[in-house]
Ligand binder design. Structure first.
Ligand SMILES: Nc1ncnc2c1ncn2[C@@H]1O[C@H](COP(=O)(O)OP(=O)(O)OP(=O)(O)O)[C@@H](O)[C@H]1O
Length: 230
């Protein structure tokens, strides 16, 4: 009798990424192996330039490995064309950035519904309801009609989290999401993200150099010079 082994959310196998800089080969990642189980909150810690963003970009299908393989939920990304990668990102991944990346002329709910517009959800009513539900998840239901400039940094990042969640992705990728927040707001945001991982069953991979992550993540991997060292 065979026991079913769960398929991990992310499997990175022997990934190397080389860039050419002034005719020199720079290795942003060197033979990285990483498995992330579904529903886990995993942090990638390391100094600036250690390869965190490059690794997140590989996992999100935004960049291709020079060597090695990346698989999401058992689907190998290598060899997919841009259309397939775009579809995979749209359906499976929510992205959160350090700079929030909200559109300033749109209200909170209009920012949050944008991925649904892009994905072709026709019904305005459905988009609105889903955007409001995502805003409620981050505690901003009363801020739906406000524009980013009327909100604090922490609130703007929560809008960005709602936007990342509105398509109900199975994987969230966050690059330094607390980088522009003061430490109390940063801790509140990490608490919220951990709650979302638990209640929504989503998998979260976060790049950070903020050491408070040790209080929140299930597993913290250290990157140094393009390698996972512990
Ligand atoms: N597009 C690129 N072209 C050339 N070199 C790059 C490129 N992207 C990254 N690198 C190099 O790869 C290495 C890893 O960069 P990466 O941005 O992944 O690090 P990081 O840990 O995310 O840093 P930070 O915290 O500053 O974002 C660095 O040496 C960087 O200069």
């Amino acid at each position: 009798m065979s026991t079913a082994v769960p398929i991990p959310a992310v499997r990175v196998t022997n990934v190397t990424r080389a860039y050419m800089v002034n005719n020199e080969r720079v290795l942003a990642l060197r033979h990285v192996n990483l498995t992330v189980e579904e529903g886990a909150f995993v942090a990638l810690m390391g100094r600036s330039g250690s390869g965190k963003t490059t690794l997140l970009n590989m996992i999100g299908g935004l960049d291709q490995p020079t060597e090695g393989e990346v698989a999401l939920f058992g689907q190998v990304l290598n060899g997919m064309d841009q259309d397939q990668l775009t579809l995979l990102r749209r359906e499976k991944i929510g992205f959160i950035f350090q700079s929030f990346a909200l559109l300033p002329i749109l209200s909170a709910w209009e920012n949050v519904e944008m991925p649904l517009r892009i994905a072709g959800v026709r019904s305005g009513r459905e988009r609105r309801q889903r955007a409001e539900a995502a805003l409620a998840l981050v505690g901003l239901e009363r801020w739906a009609t406000h524009r980013p400039a009327e909100m604090s940094g922490g609130q703007q990042q929560r809008v960005a989290i709602a936007r990342a969640l509105v398509s109900r992705p199975r994987l969230l990728l966050a690059d330094e999401p607390t980088g522009e927040l003061d430490s109390t707001t940063g801790r509140n945001l990490l608490t919220l993200l951990r709650t979302i991982v638990r209640t929504e069953g989503v998998t979260l991979i976060m790049a950070t150099h903020d050491r408070t992550i040790f209080d929140f993540a299930d597993i913290v991997y250290q990157l140094r010079d393009g390698q996972i060292v512990e």
